[in-house]
Design a protein around this ligand. Sequence first.
Ligand SMILES: C[S@@+](CC[C@H](N)C(=O)[O-])C[C@H]1O[C@@H](n2cnc3c(N)ncnc32)[C@H](O)[C@@H]1O
Length: 432
Amino acid sequence: MFEIKDYSSIYDSIMQFNKNKTVSIHQWYPFVEGYSKEFIESILDELNYTPENVLEPFSGSGTTALELQFKNINCTSFEVSPFMHLLSSVKLYNNYNSEVFNSVLNSFKEILSSLPNKVRKIRNIENIPFGRTVVKSGNLKKWNFNDEALDGILDIKYTISFIDDEAYKNLFRIVLASILLEVSNLFRNGKCLSYKKNWETRKTYKRKEVHNLFLSKIENIIKNDIAILEGILKDTKVDNYSRLHFGDVRTNILNVTDNSVDLIITSPPYLNSRDYTDIYMLELKVLDLINNYDELNQLRRNTLRSHVQVKYEELSVLNVPTLKAYFNKIAKKELALWNNDLFNMIKGYFLDMNHLFEQFRRVMQPEKFIYFNVANSAYFGEEIKVDEIISEIAILQGFELVEIRKARNLKSSSQQSGSIKSLRESVIIFKS
Ligand SMILES: C[S@@+](CC[C@H](N)C(=O)[O-])C[C@H]1O[C@@H](n2cnc3c(N)ncnc32)[C@H](O)[C@@H]1O
């Protein structure tokens, strides 16, 4: 049994990305599964030392490394999704210049406005992204984009291809990514993408309206932020852009030097069967980051085992008391259908955690801290106290548990959760 400290009055709002939505640079892409920059600030405020080398194993939209870069603190980060990696790298890039930006934007506007208006002509030069349901065809009952919206997107993609400087090219690609959901027939519905209400009949974006939405984001948000960033970067001495690494942290962490890290701040994927590959499918496809099913499967294999999109051989249960107790409770239940994939996901998740904490132990200097943001789960009508299980894992790996802080209650959405209506989201603090 662990004592849980109620920190909801402090953490309730700062553990959500929402607060970042109007903050320069952080706001470039509205990321749902992230926390706010205030969370990073609150950690730095309460530490009794100034960290010099932070580790962020799950970069996501790059909140940790970006905020630390602004504070002149080194941060090594890892990200497996090519989309989140691109997003983090665009935000961390530290050599933007307003003059160059404005000249790129001017030629961009010139090319975009000179494209022939002829319906679907753009499809002769710009490929339709990979996937069966991108646009209406054959007997399809549902499709992601209406024809005009897709043509508008392809026009923008084609125009972006004329930008020579990779940094600005990638920045424009992220802006395109940030409007995709809006101009599509889909919305993000927790675990997956769903079709908007009345998507077939509701007014959708015309080709020029897609261009205008894109340009208004560039003119009204990015342009301003580039000018602000240029000012900030003059005083920035650290380079977290080149400390961001693409790929599976479970293997890449092996390259981090022993005893080199003095703070870890992170939020891994939660044990909620949410597959980021699915949720960010539009961005992955339209930006050509996923081009076939093999690439898609490989990406899913490389992600932490928190979803059931990949089948694994029968895994063993990690030997920690709270996890064992969960499986014992489940074993007593008369389950009509034993879903082996779900069992394996739960087992795999904690095996991955165990591996990561073993590595955290190796790379961390003594007497330093880990801030670990995670949420509990429920499957087969029983709560899985993820925060407590991770605490047991960390203790076994030699960490001291400082505190489990309750951040807020999350609504439990899974059909698997039975009568459990809310699940604790926590911040766990460990000391090496
Ligand atoms: C909860 S998000 C992190 C959000 C981040 N704190 C922020 O504020 O933007 C978790 C991230 O972990 C990434 N991820 C999942 N499995 C991974 C792996 N094996 N290696 C590296 N990153 C992984 C996901 O793609 C996702 O971007």
